[in-house]
Design a protein around this ligand. Structure first.
Ligand code: DON
Length: 305
């Protein structure tokens, strides 16, 4: 496995420098675009990594997988009346579709969907602090690492520049698809986007999705197998926004990206993979990270197809 990772590292190196880091907040705009790291964790906990695989970065939208898992666990099928399960075909922060679809977001991985998921968690756990603490505790549980925390600078900065997300939440509130205070829910949303992890921790934390909802190392069932199937299906169809089809076409695995430059992918029954390279393509997904995952499934034959 390490040989494949080394080969991929070599092959993607000439691509570093292409793409652009996220620029909407200074804390993300200032990261070095030339970084690349990749980690794999197998079902038995053995891991392999190359490059900057232990460099911490902002997980951003990858956090939406964890919050959706908790909300699905809390509300089960009741969640689907508030957030659908269709690809959006639109940018992750688009307002237009939300307006003509009466405030019901297409899926939980676009911003509007993840904000509604946070709203449902604030209701379920009764306050925004408790909701955030439960999300973080869940990440501690599935990564087996209690040191994982939030970057408060990123979180504060997200809130200061969060006008579009405030607009999305307010629009949903006007349609009646929002129970709590807009700003309080956004605090939970921005905080969970600002959690910092490295590729090794991220690959470890996604093993429950590679194993029907049960962590193969601790043997704890985190969600049931039907819910795990659904989250994986949504990662495959919606995990990369308006580039989800392209990601499925190239990589052939359920995956989720974040504007911090991370991508996680799940190989059912076997392993989870995380890549980190902060320069993004025009859809907001890691450019070199996507290429690395494409090379991985091409070289190993480990796509789901
Ligand atoms: O809400 C936002 O816009 C960011 N905090 C997260 C967006 C994100 O990661 C979209 N991903 N590619």
């Amino acid at each position: 496995m390490i040989d494949v990772l080394n080969e991929i590292h070599q092959e993607v190196s000439p691509l570093l420098g292409q793409g652009k880091v996220a620029e909407y907040i200074p804390a993300l705009a200032n990261v070095d675009p030339m970084q690349f790291g990749m980690a794999i964790t197998l079902n038995d906990g053995q891991y392999y990594g190359v490059g900057s695989y232990q460099t911490p970065f902002s997980i951003q939208s990858i956090s939406k997988v964890f919050s959706y898992t908790l909300a699905l666990r809390a509300y089960q099928n009741g969640l689907y009346k508030r957030v659908w399960r269709e690809p959006s075909g639109n940018p992750f922060n688009s307002l237009v579709q939300l307006e003509y679809e009466a405030g019901i977001p297409r899926n939980p991985f676009i911003n509007a969907g993840a904000i509604v998921v946070c709203d449902s968690l604030v209701s379920h756990f009764s306050t925004n602090e408790k909701a955030f603490n439960e999300i973080l505790a869940f990440i501690h549980q599935c990564s087996g690492d209690k040191s994982i925390a939030v970057d408060e600078v990123v979180s504060t900065s997200e809130m200061e520049h969060g006008y579009r997300n405030i607009a999305l939440a307010s629009l949903m509130k006007s349609f009646g698809n929002f129970d709590n205070d807009v700003i309080e829910v956004l605090q939970t949303y921005f905080k969970h986007c600002s959690i910092v992890m490295n590729a090794q921790q991220l690959s470890r934390s996604m093993l429950y999705l590679a194993n029907d909802g049960t962590d193969p190392i601790t043997k704890q069932q985190l969600i049931n197998s039907t819910q795990a199937k659904r989250i994986n299906s949504l990662m495959l169809t919606c995990g990369h926004y308006d580039a989800s089809g392209d990601f499925a076409f190239r990589v052939g695995l359920p995956g989720k990206s974040g504007v911090g430059g991370g991508i996680v992918a799940v190989v059912p029954g076997k392993m989870a993979i995380a890549v980190y390279s902060p320069a993004l393509n025009e859809s907001g997904n890691s450019l070199v990270g996507t290429k690395a995952l494409e090379l991985f499934t091409t070289k190993t034959g480990l796509s789901i197809f």
